[in-house]
Design a protein around this ligand. Structure first.
Ligand code: F6P
Length: 352
């Protein structure tokens, strides 16, 4: 069978490992040929392709980024965009398309499926907030990077008697913040799921310092909101083709507020795209490889309109729409783990 592959949305460590697994299993076990679409849905919309054979994928397993590059192009936003995509798939004589992406990319895959395209999805986002799957590849790498950063700022915060606020990614959910915050021993974790009161953050840190501690680490997800303001802090005006604002800056806002309200010298560190770059962890390479082999097997079962997912320890397939219908948020169980490590009531407060 001739199969197309694309990677869409924000990049994420493990994308190349998925591509490699799809192509190797497809060529060695199913006799497939592959076409790579460049830069996500833009490649399908504008018919920009690259040959994808064993040579093209040699050596890419440990590489970050994606050899197919990526974009946030939304064909549904262009006049006749979805039909143009269907035409491209027909022109190349493709029996199937493997779309590797998050809710935006897979949302387009749902629309193309409804128009008759044979699409199988692979869930991807370092934010780990896609419903339907227990883990997205790339998340583990991001958590490891953030945890190492928290370990590093710990020693400098301690040396200078400072509060250091570490801003991590997480648009609608605080998975990276809560995992790295717990793993790195943060004193306060702030997540989008729970709007927080700045004064309460300040009081929490004051109590800690009254107990004899002289430094603190706060981890905040970029999408965390103050209870008094309805919107998250943004770094630039405008929205992308899927309607997302560019988040960023809450760390600096918070560090200033903490310093003003407590008198403790404070600094902010924004990890940003460092969390998305570089080599995937062994866990993410494994997960990406299992997703890739699972996706090409799904193609040959004719399991279209589905995505591969991790449920417990098993790779399963489920409807693409399950991934895009809602955001998977941090549950109370993990919040209780974080709260259990500190002298705070598990109240309705936003300070985790
Ligand atoms: O959706 C994943 C994500 O990493 C978000 O956490 C972040 O807000 C966004 O992508 C940033 O993407 P970019 O700067 O590439 O547009």
């Amino acid at each position: 069978m001739k199969v197309g592959i694309l990677t869409g949305g924000g990049d994420c460590p493990g994308l190349n490992a998925v591509i490699r697994a799809v192509v190797r299993k497809g060529i060695f076990h199913h006799g497939d040929q592959f076409v790579g679409f460049m830069e996500g849905w833009r490649g399908v919309l504008e018919d920009i392709t690259t040959p994808l054979d064993l040579n093209a994928i040699a050596g890419i397993l440990p590489r970050g980024g994606t050899i197919l590059r990526t974009s946030r192009t939304n064909p549904a936003k262009k006049d006749g965009g979805l039909d143009a995509c269907i035409q491209t798939l027909k022109k190349h004589g493709l029996g199937a398309l493997v779309a590797i992406g998050g809710d935006d990319t897979l949302g387009v895959a749902v629309k193309l499926s409804q128009k008759g395209a044979n699409v199988v999805g692979v869930p991807k986002t370092i934010d780990n907030d896609l419903s339907g799957t227990d883990y997205c590849f790339g998340f583990d790498t991001a958590v490891n990077i953030a945890t190492e950063a928290i370990d590093r700022v710990h020693t400098t915060a301690e040396a200078h008697n400072r509060v250091i606020v570490v801003e991590v990614m997480g648009r609608d959910s605080g998975w990276i913040a809560i995992y790295s915050g717990i793993a790195g021993g943060a004193d306060v974790i702030l997540i989008p799921e729970r709007p927080f009161d700045v004064q309460e953050v300040a009081e929490t840190l004051k109590r800690r310092h009254q107990r004899g501690r002289y430094f603190s680490i706060v981890v905040v997800a970029e999408g965390a909101k103050m209870a008094t303001t309805p919107d998250a802090v943004t770094i630039a005006a405008g929205k992308d083709e899927f309607g997302h604002v560019r988040l960023g800056g809450i760390g600096n806002v918070l560090a200033r507020e903490i310093e003003t309200r407590t008198g403790f010298e404070s600094r902010a560190v924004v990890l940003g795209h460092i969390q998305r770059g570089g080599s995937p962890t062994a866990f993410d390479r494994m997960l990406a490889t299992r997703y890739g082999t699972g996706a090409i097997d799904a193609v040959h079962r004719g399991d279209f309109g589905k995505m591969v997912a991790l449920r417990g320890t098993d790779i399963v397939t489920l409807p693409l729409s399950d991934a895009t219908s809602r955001t998977r948020v941090v549950g109370q169980d993990l919040i209780d783990v974080a709260l259990g490590l500190h002298d705070r009531a598990p109240a309705q407060s936003g300070v985790v």
